[in-house]
Design a protein around this ligand. Structure first.
Ligand code: S3P
Length: 213
């Protein structure tokens, strides 16, 4: 349905609002990439509020598809099975974007490191944004989340292993189309920088009653 603002709103409301991404991007999605503790979910939510886009955490899609939590998948079936499910979830979300969905997606810390996922995302022409921070800050954020929210991360073992994994992965994250420094910054400020970098402004959605959301 065409709205007065000129934006198309389908049955799923803002999920189908045209994204206004520059033409060089072929799909209306933004993928947030980075290590554990990078703030992908929190920044993703802030960016969704900032732009009036939908937000999705890929780990939640995996949990829905698998009917198990991420720690359960790791415990019961191992990391390779988790990576298989993660790849299927990346494919699924890209299919939705190809169908016209508009959303910000927070990837799990290992998703972009898998060549098969990075290749799919690269070929799809979506912006991928690496949220960068020093490894010590990432570690402290993960400890805080475990403490305050009971967040269980199967790959969070000790600082030594954490640092090693970060160092192996960083070169992969640097393949993302954009990099944003997050050290000591608020989620909203980071979200605003991503929007500005991609040349995006908040979309006004008109409800059927003509009210602006
Ligand atoms: C993982 C990170 C987790 C989750 C899974 C594997 C990783 O997501 O996908 O535990 O390989 O770094 P977060 O980055 O949101 O913690």
């Amino acid at each position: 349905m065409k709205q007065r603002s000129g934006k198309t709103v389908g049955a799923k409301g803002r999920h189908r609002v045209q994204s206004q991404l520059p033409r060089e991007y072929r799909l209306s999605g933004i993928f947030l990439v980075g290590f554990m503790g990078a703030g992908k979910t929190s920044v993703g939510r802030a960016l969704a509020r900032h732009l009036n886009w939908a937000f999705e955490d890929l780990d939640e899609r995996i949990e829905r598809l698998e009917r198990r939590t991420v720690p359960e998948i790791f415990r019961e079936s191992g990391e390779s099975e988790f990576r298989r499910a993660e790849h299927a979830a990346v494919r699924d979300v890209l299919t939705e974007l190809q169908g016209g969905a508009v959303k910000i997606v927070a990837l799990g810390g290992g998703a972009f490191v898998q060549e098969s996922n990075a290749a799919l995302l690269g070929a799809s022409g979506v912006p991928t944004v690496f949220l960068d921070a020093p490894v010590e800050e990432l570690w402290q954020r993960c400890l805080k989340q475990a403490d305050e929210a009971g967040a269980e991360r199967p790959l969070l073992r000790g600082i030594h292993q954490f640092r090693e994994l970060y160092e192996t992965r960083r070169k992969h994250y640097l393949q993302a189309s954009h990099k944003i420094q997050t050290e000591g910054r608020a989620f909203e400020e980071i979200a605003a920088e991503i929007a500005a970098t991609l040349g995006l402004k908040k979309i006004e959605i008109r409800t059927q009653q003509g009210e602006v959301e």
